[in-house]
Design a protein around this ligand. Structure first.
Ligand SMILES: [Zn+2]
Length: 427
C-alpha cells in the first residue's frame, strides 16, 4: 500500500496552526513526514483544521453505566463514599455482555470527542463467579470494536481498605496474591493487538494494595519499561487512614519507599501536601487530573496552579465518564483554578496562551504518562489526528491567531468532523 498524504487548510504544529502542510502516513499507521510541498495530497480536507488526537490518561469505561444515576439525594448525604456504594451496585449488575456493550459505548463517545488514546485504569477483572480474568479481554475487545488506541492499565487490587479483606462488589476486582496478578499480566501480554494496544500497570491505591506489593509492582514495571499508575490522595479519608497505619501520608510513603520517575503517574493528588508535591514533581513523575469527575464527586480542588508553575507534568482523564468531552475537561481544569485563586491565566503555555498550555495537557503530557508515540503531529508518531470543521457555527469569527483559543474556550465536541487512529478513519 502506498503512503497516504493528508492536507487540511490548517495543521497544528509546535503550538500554532500552519497552512499548506502535508501529513504523510505510512503503511505502518505512523506519520512519516510533515511539511509543505512534496507529493500531491491523496486526501484534501478543505474547510478543516487538523489537530493531534487527545490522550485520555485515566478512565474507568464501565462507570459509563452509571450515567443518569447517583444524582438524587433523598436521605444520606451525598459524598464520594456514598457514590462508591452506587458504583459497587452497578458492578453487581454487570454481566459480560452488558459490560462489553457499556465499554464499547464509552470508547465510541471518546472517539467522537477527539480522544484517540485511552489509558483504561482497569480493575474490574472478574465475572459473577469472581474467578478468572475474563473482563480484561472484554475491555481489549471493546477497544478494538470501537477503534480506539488503548493502554490497558491493568490494576492490582488486593484489600478493601488498608489491611482489610475485600467485601461485596470488591471481590470482582481482587487478586488473591501478587504472583497471581503478575501471571495474568503476562497472559494479557499475549492477547494485545500490537498496533493499537499496550499494557501498563496499576496499583489501585494505598487502600487496595499493601505498600510492599506496590514497591514490587513498580520494580516489575520498571524492569519491563511499563508505566505505573495509581490513585493518590483523592480523598482526605485516604490520607487519614494511611497516617493511622503507616504514620505517613500516601504520597510521603511512596516517595520514601519507591524510586519512581517519569514512568509513574499519580491520579488526582487533590489533597497532596505541598512539600510532598514538590518532591514528586522534582522526580519528573506525572499528575493526572480529572476535572469533571472530581467536581462531580465533590473531591475538592487540587493545587494544580502551583503544580503547573513548578513545571509539573499534568495530564487529563475522564475518569468516571459521566460526561465525556476533552475540551470541557481542559476548560474546567483552568476554571477551577481561576475560581480558587480569583485570577485568570493559570495554565499558560507558549506566548502566555492558556489554550496552548491546556492543549499540551490533553495531548503530549497524556502520551508521556502512557509512554506511547502520540500527542503531536510529527514524524514517527502514530497517525492519530482529529479534523476540526472550520465552518462550524461555534467557531465563527476565527482567525489563525484565535483559532486554538476559540476551540478550547468556545467549543464542544460538535466541531469535530472526523477522527483518525493509526491512519484509519474511525469516526
Ligand atoms: Zn479513577
Amino acid at each position: 500500500m502506498s503512503d497516504r498524504i493528508i492536507e487540511a487548510d490548517w495543521t497544528y504544529l509546535d503550538g500554532q496552526f500552519e497552512a499548506g502542510l502535508r501529513v504523510q502516513v505510512g503503511a505502518d499507521g505512523r506519520i512519516s513526514r510533515v511539511g509543505s510541498g512534496g507529493d500531491e495530497p491523496t486526501e484534501r480536507l478543505s474547510g478543516c483544521a487538523l489537530i493531534p488526537g487527545f490522550v485520555n490518561a485515566h478512565s474507568h469505561a464501565f462507570q459509563r453505566g452509571l450515567r443518569g444515576m447517583a444524582e438524587t439525594f433523598p436521605q444520606k448525604s451525598g459524598n464520594f463514599w456514598v457514590w462508591r456504594d452506587e458504583m459497587y451496585r452497578l458492578v453487581g449488575e454487570l454481566g459480560p455482555e452488558r459490560f462489553h456493550d457499556v465499554c464499547v459505548q464509552c470508547f465510541r463517545e471518546m472517539l467522537r470527542c477527539g480522544i484517540t488514546t485511552v489509558g483504561e485504569f482497569h480493575y474490574f477483572h472478574h465475572d459473577e463467579t469472581c474467578g478468572g480474568f475474563a473482563f480484561d479481554e472484554l475491555v481489549l475487545s471493546a477497544a478494538r470494536h470501537a477503534g480506539i488506541r488503548i493502554v490497558l492499565l491493568n490494576a492490582c487490587y488486593m484489600t478493601g481498605d488498608i489491611g482489610q479483606p475485600l467485601e461485596g462488589g470488591q471481590r470482582r476486582f481482587g487478586s488473591v496474591s501478587y504472583e497471581q496478578f503478575i501471571e495474568n499480566v503476562e497472559r494479557i501480554d499475549t492477547l494485545l493487538d500490537g498496533d493499537t494496544q499496550r499494557q501498563g500497570l496499576v496499583a489501585h491505591s494505598i487502600r487496595a494494595v499493601p505498600i510492599d506489593d506496590i514497591v514490587r509492582l513498580h520494580a516489575y514495571a520498571s524492569k519491563r519499561s511499563m508505566v505505573l499508575h495509581m490513585h493518590v490522595e483523592e480523598q482526605q479519608r485516604e490520607i487519614d487512614m494511611c497516617l493511622l497505619h503507616h504514620k505517613m501520608r500516601p504520597m510521603e510513603l511512596l516517595i520514601e519507599r519507591m524510586p519512581f520517575g517519569r514512568e509513574f503517574t499519580a491520579v488526582h493528588c487533590t489533597h497532596t501536601d505541598p512539600g510532598d508535591m514538590t518532591q514528586f514533581i522534582n522526580r519528573g513523575a506525572n499528575i493526572c487530573i480529572c476535572p469533571l469527575t472530581e467536581a462531580n464527586l465533590g473531591d475538592g480542588i487540587s493545587a494544580a496552579a502551583k503544580m503547573w508553575a513548578d513545571g509539573g507534568a499534568i495530564c487529563l482523564g475522564t475518569d468516571s465518564n459521566n460526561r465525556i468531552d476533552m475540551l470541557e475537561e481542559m476548560r474546567l481544569l483552568e476554571y477551577g483554578q481561576r475560581l480558587r485563586h480569583e485570577g485568570r491565566g493559570v495554565f499558560k503555555g507558549r506566548g502566555g496562551s492558556v489554550a496552548e498550555g491546556l492543549m499540551r495537557c490533553a495531548t503530549e503530557v497524556g502520551a508521556r504518562s502512557l509512554n506511547i508515540d502520540t500527542g503531536s503531529i510529527a514524524p514517527g508518531q502514530h497517525a492519530d489526528v482529529v479534523v476540526i470543521d472550520l465552518n462550524a457555527p461555534q467557531l465563527a469569527g476565527w482567525t489563525r491567531e484565535s483559532l486554538l483559543t476559540s476551540l478550547v474556550f468556545g467549543c464542544d465536541a460538535g466541531v469535530i468532523k472526523n477522527v483518525c487512529v493509526g491512519g484509519n478513519w474511525v469516526f
